[in-house]
Design a protein around this ligand. Structure first.
Ligand code: SAM
Length: 241
């Protein structure tokens, strides 16, 4: 997979993108991360990338020319891959979006900065807009890293054979059941007996019920989206007062 990031701060990616799963995926050539400083594509001799907003107001606005020129120089005049503008005004980035992006051989991320990006980038360059949450960050670099991490760990061969993404929270909408490891008794706190029983069917049932319970307690909004079996529904109905 090729991921192109258009940013004014490529150095921010060093470190987070060199470590752990993403670092391993890059080192193992499962992913190529291409960092493009769009300041290099600003047409004037001072490489200006921002200007004051038309109509007045605080903050500077990222100019359209450097971003358009950078994307077109790298991806061609009519790019065929998703070009994602990171913006707090975008669609919330969720696991389903990570799963969708993981299917593409190439995608691009546009990182805004200052007070935001000229609207014509959103209208005529980006193919979609993603937000990583209802808060405002200084720039699109951290959101881009969040998207990259969430996508890359889904690629075949990135996680070790012992690890799986299928049971993760949000993979199939529900939150994951609680996890325990050795020792079975820690400071008087016991691991649930069923997990030590070796009865795989009973363990699977317990995990499913815990996932349903957890989701109902913490994120009842997700229950409406989840695919529930008759058994799941009976279990949830049994919890009603
Ligand atoms: C300070 S923000 C600009 C916010 C803009 N004034 C607004 O109210 O929509 C600068 C840049 O950070 C990035 N950014 C900030 N918060 C974000 C979020 N929650 N999700 C995705 N990108 C974000 C965007 O690329 C944005 O252009």
């Amino acid at each position: 997979m090729d991921i192109h990031v258009f940013t004014l701060f490529p150095e921010m990616f060093r470190g987070p993108m060199d470590e752990s799963m993403v670092g391993r995926a890059v080192a193992g050539r499962l992913v190529s991360l291409h960092l493009h400083n769009f300041r290099d594509y600003a047409p004037d001799k001072h490489h200006t990338v921002d200007d004051t907003p038309y109509g007045g107001g605080p903050g500077m606005v990222v100019k359209p020319e450097p971003l358009f020129s950078a994307v077109e120089a790298v991806l061609g005049p009519v790019p065929s891959c998703p070009i994602i503008l990171l913006t707090p005004q975008g669609r919330p980035f969720r696991q389903a979006a990570a799963q969708r992006l993981a299917q593409f051989p190439t995608f691009a991320l546009l990182c805004g900065h200052y007070g935001g990006v000229d609207e014509r980038v959103r209208e005529h360059l980006a193919t979609e807009e993603l937000s990583i949450g209802d808060y405002v960050l200084t720039g699109g670099e951290l959101p881009a890293m969040v998207v990259i991490d969430a996508v890359v760990r889904l690629l075949p061969g990135v996680l070790g054979s012992q690890e799986s993404t299928a049971e993760d929270s949000h993979a199939a909408v529900l939150l994951q059941a609680p996890l325990y490891t050795r020792p079975p008794l820690f400071r008087g706190w016991q691991v649930p007996e069923v997990l030590l029983s070796g009865d795989h069917q009973a363990i699977a049932r317990w995990r499913r019920q815990q996932a349903l319970l957890r989701t109902r307690e913490r994120r009842p909004d997700l229950l409406a989206e989840a695919e529930l079996s008759e058994e799941d529904r009976r279990f949830l109905q049994g919890l009603e007062p």
